[in-house]
Design a protein around this ligand. Sequence first.
Ligand SMILES: [Zn+2]
Ligand SMILES: [Zn+2]
Length: 260
Amino acid sequence: MIHVSILASGSSGNAILAKAGETSILIDAGLSAKRLNELLAGLATPPETLAGILLTHEHVDHTRGLKGLCGKNEIPVFTNPLTADSLRKGGMQTDWRYFSSGAAFQVGDFNIHPFAVPHDAADPVGFVLRHGPSSFAVLTDLGHAPRQVVNSTRGVNAVLIEANHDETLLQNDQKRPWSVKQRILSRHGHLSNQAAANLVAEIASPDLHHVLLAHLSDDCNAPALATGTILEKLQATGNNHTRVHCPGAEGFPLPHTIAV
Ligand SMILES: [Zn+2]
Ligand SMILES: [Zn+2]
């Protein structure tokens, strides 16, 4: 069984704790080290007990607390060389452990499969984590889903997927300049609710029990809108068994934990 706890989600910070057997792993560290320490302590997993930190990519909303967390605790950081390079340029030094996209590796009781995703970062990835028959996919920060992303995640038991924006709300948004909207909507930007719904429907199987919606925009999305779009698509394909959660929204206080 894998226990997944969403610690934070969205442009102000992203972090996920995954536990299986004797192993605890943090995926992304996008909150301050102080806040991550508090949250991990609250889940009886102080940072020094982590087997490693996996990074999806170098953007600050995924790495803000990395330096503070690793500096004191010597936690290995699993990433690909290009992501590490770009963090090193920002002065980050740590116990790097390199993987290549597409090549599975083991961290304690987890088997981890990283795969490339299209996003405006050095070498961004998604992950599928496996432990025994249980599997959990992380699909956040991607502009669209190429075939290989679908193939890598089809059949998993749970998926955390980005539902960043509602396209109409984003297009009508007054705060964002045109260039920023173009970046978000591009093929290397972020998934809309509809794009996330289409992707969930493609990877869904009778074994998909949980969908966790992540990285919702504060201004250009709403939990009910995102959840409704995903549920509507699942129901249209005859799927009535998959639960859709929106961690951080009403009814899903953070940290939000599920077991798969
Ligand atoms: Zn990003
Ligand atoms: Zn992000």
